[in-house]
Ligand binder design. Structure first.
Ligand code: K1U
Ligand code: ZN
Length: 169
């Protein structure tokens, strides 16, 4: 197992559009193990491969209280979205310390391969639905701050750059 480095906003690599996973092989299984360990260690509820600079369509999540129900989505596709949307408070491991509201579908249905390469259909609502939409955005190169106003986004960008400059000293 290995802890992976999570890219921090405004790293331009976060805007890379991920390609489909060609085969759920040993390399992908190792990546899943390492991404789960990295997500749990960072106390996140999700992590997209984009965030660890791997540009393939792979997401790991766990929204359970006990942190014992990992969910793996490989090559996820949204097949249904609810008519209703809500503003939800979101955070992001690539934008630490920043939380803000994003409008998301209340419920979604996603088709994907699981960690063993088996085709699954996942129906999600509440926090899991929000997390899936947030992580699928990462795979498209989109970070949640891009839903915020240019003013807020610029403030966040400057704050992150300052924090990274200070960390480097
Ligand atoms: O993708 C990521 O960076 C992980 C992110 C997922 C996420 C959290 C909240 C809403 C949507 C997506 C996080 O895990 S941020 C940290 C966190 O654990 C958290 C933050 C706010 C609410 C719940 C959890
Ligand atoms: Zn994120």
């Amino acid at each position: 197992m290995a802890l992976l480095q999570i890219l921090r906003y405004p790293d331009p690599r976060l805007h890379t559009v991920a390609k489909p996973v060609a085969s759920v092989d040993a390399r992908i299984q190792t990546l899943i193990t390492d991404m789960l360990q990295t997500m749990y260690e960072a106390k996140g509820i999700g992590l997209a491969a984009t965030q660890i600079d791997v540009h393939e369509r792979l997401i790991v999540m766990d929204v359970s209280e006990e942190r014992d129900q990992p969910l793996i989505l490989i090559n996820p596709q949204l097949v249904w979205t609810s008519a209703e949307t809500h503003l939800n408070e979101e955070g992001c491991l690539s934008v630490p310390g920043i939380y803000d509201g994003v409008e998301r579908f209340d419920a979604v249905t996603v088709s994907a391969l699981d960690g063993k390469g088996v085709a699954r259909v996942v129906q999600a609502q509440d926090l899991l639905a929000v997390c899936i939409q947030h992580e699928m955005d990462h795979l498209m190169g989109k970070v949640f701050v891009e839903y915020l106003s240019p003013l807020k986004r610029n403030r966040i960008k400057k704050k992150m750059q300052k924090a990274q400059r200070e960390e480097a000293q």
